[in-house]
Design a protein. Structure first.
Length: 287
């Protein structure tokens, strides 16, 4: 699976992770492992999962040992089963031991996100609904975590506050409601900037439709309420396509009900804030 990564950005992130962990030096490794010693390490999946982060692992060991040889057996976005080796790295033993934790943190965290995302994707596979992430990401990890969502078959919502307008409930409360919020946003931004409004009531939805808003977020509604809102959109949109997004406490048990209610997009914060880490080990032998 080919999933875009900004290599320079990833390199900078990984360098920062290593600085955080290594600091002024790996005291344990440097004190007991001879500098000339060479070894091979194998990453092994200890549970079934969707891989994410394999393409990032080379950056870790490249920064610690430019001569290290990496063999990627698994591919990001691939389903693998427990017991399968997914990557090998051969080089200075010190580099392997020093980079082990950072590499595992990346693999375990991102594969956990990809695996959970794929569970949501599979739950709605017979519908038109797309599974999206949110901005509920770990500070500093957003690029990586949203990459993992893509590996799991999900889609990225906004990368940040800068690439779309999403008028949420607190914006509406401060700005005075749907109409003044939408009108001000349109005056202040280019027409090609996506604009979405969070809707909590049918009256807000009617107001948004009168303003010809083409993307609404139905937040914290039940599937039945979503279905009724979609019916209202069909009646009052004049035939325009209106993207209907749902969010708010949606889990693996309930997501299919929102999909069958007619949602186009279903955004799930849990993909990035609650995914359990995948069990992956790193086994080292001398060569």
């Amino acid at each position: 699976m080919s999933i875009p990564l900004d290599s320079e950005k990833i390199r900078r992130l990984v360098a920062g992770f290593l600085r955080e962990d290594v600091g002024t030096g790996d005291l344990t490794t440097n004190s007991i492992v001879p500098a000339a010693l060479r070894a091979e390490g194998r990453f092994v999946a200890r549970q079934d999962c969707i891989l994410a982060g394999i393409d990032i692992i080379p950056y870790v060991f490249e920064l610690l040992d430019p001569s290290a040889q990496r063999t990627l057996i698994g591919r990001d976005g691939e389903r693998v089963f427990a017991g399968r080796p997914i990557a090998r790295v051969r080089g200075r033993a010190r580099a392997l031991l020093t980079g082990e934790r950072v590499a595992l943190n990346i693999l375990q965290r991102l594969s956990g996100i990809a695996t959970l995302t794929n569970q949501f994707v599979q739950a709605v596979r017979s519908t038109k609904a797309r599974i999206l992430d949110t901005r509920k990401t770990t500070p500093g990890w957003r690029t990586l975590e949203k990459y993992a969502v893509r590996c799991g078959g999900g889609y990225n919502h906004r990368i940040g506050l800068f690439d779309a307008i999403l008028i949420k409930d607190n914006h509406l409360a401060v700005a005075g409601g749907v109409k003044p919020s939408v009108e001000r946003a349109r005056r202040q931004t280019a027409p090609n900037i996506p604009l979405e409004v969070e809707i909590s009531t049918p009256d807000q939805l009617r107001e948004a439709l009168e303003l010809r808003v083409n993307h609404v977020l139905l937040d914290n509604m039940t599937p039945g309420q979503v279905r009724r809102c979609i019916g209202l959109i069909r009646q009052e949109s004049g035939g325009r396509k209106v993207i209907v997004e749902c969010s708010g406490g949606i889990n693996l048990r309930s997501v299919k009900h929102f999909a069958h209610a007619g949602a186009d997009w279903i955004s799930v914060g849990a993909l990035t804030h609650s995914a359990p880490a995948t069990d992956i080990s790193f086994e080292i032998d001398l060569v």
